[in-house]
Design a protein around this ligand. Sequence first.
Ligand code: PLP
Length: 423
Amino acid sequence: MKKDLTISGVSVRELAREYSTPLYVYDEGMMASRMDEFTSNFRSDKFNTHVAYASKAFLCKAMARLVNKKGLCIDVVSGGELYTVLSAGFPAEKIYFHGNNKAPYELEYALKSGVGTIVADNMDEIRDIAAMAEGLDTVANVMLRMNPGISAHTHEYIMTSAPDSKFGMALCDIAEIAEAIKEAEKTGHFKFKGIHSHIGSQIFAKDAYIAQIQTMSNFIHDLESEYSLPVKEISLGGGFAAYYTQKDEPIPVDEVCRTIIAECEKQKDAFALSFDTLSIEPGRSIAGEAGYTVYTVGYGKVSAGKKYVFVDGGMGDNIRPALYGAEYRCDVISEDDNGEASVCTVAGKCCESGDVIINAAEIPNAKKGDLILVYTTGAYGYSMSSNYNRLPRPAVVFVNGAESRVVVKRETWEDVASHDVTE
Ligand SMILES: *Cc1c(COP(=O)(O)O)cnc(C)c1O
């Protein structure tokens, strides 16, 4: 039993008292040092390197400002993310705009804002971007998202011969792709910059990245040698794992960076590839472990031998367990000695049986008023949150050293109903 715990030296009990629960808390210093770790290790003498934070993992204006301060680039996948980072003062030229189905108004917004790189997902989009850039009398810098036919998740990765992912273009369509690029470049408003691929998320296998680099190097070599299309930038996406439970063994950041750099240097020499910039796009590995959720315990019950403890949030603030069985660990914070640990289910307050945060947590008895601190909720928690059951979204607090501050205000019932038309 823990009487209290700290995040960056700040008492969780104090945070709960000051900002109320449920509450998202981020250790800003930890995110900053993760970013530094990426930028200092992802370097080569043979080419430039970019680290772009994949903002869909966790985004608010304070986060965009932190990413900018640390000198990283940023990825966005929608007009809303683009709006958020631009209004936080993020330099447009350091933004990569991804997405498999960007709307015309999103592409127009990106082009008018001077977004540095648009990552086109299909051949129709290549044509649309060229036409739109011509109409706006600007130049679009475009990378192409390829599907390398490798899908990686946790320790396993599979090479699929018939790629059926909704993302990216098939490697075998190289001739049509080269044709589409050349047509687009004829407008004088389309600049082909490079090739992008992304193989998945929560990846523990270094070999998956090696396989990706080898596959993409082959493809890029073909594009350069057979179709005379120089590929100046290569992006390998993200997917670097975070530590959620003791089952997880993420590859240390320095190690995964070194592995990728070494393999890319090798392939650059072997194929005489012309790229001068290599990019990666970590999301989860920057925001995940730095984020925590603090809940207050309400009721509990035992249903047919299954022990439940209910918290004041749930699938509205963390859909991942319900969505795809994501696992978390937690601690109970209590004034009292609540006895030995036993297995119980930490569930939320939503009207849905799947509204569970942790299925089999081994924790001491938690009673009404105790706090539960859930670890590693920083990625895809707040960013996937909803108002299901009209629950207001929790506040987001950044802790840095001994200081804490609200970076996203807690929603109110009025906020939740604020877009309803009254008459
Ligand atoms: C989601 C995504 C990322 C980040 O993935 P993480 O698993 O959070 O590192 C990077 N690049 C692209 C294109 C993505 O879609």
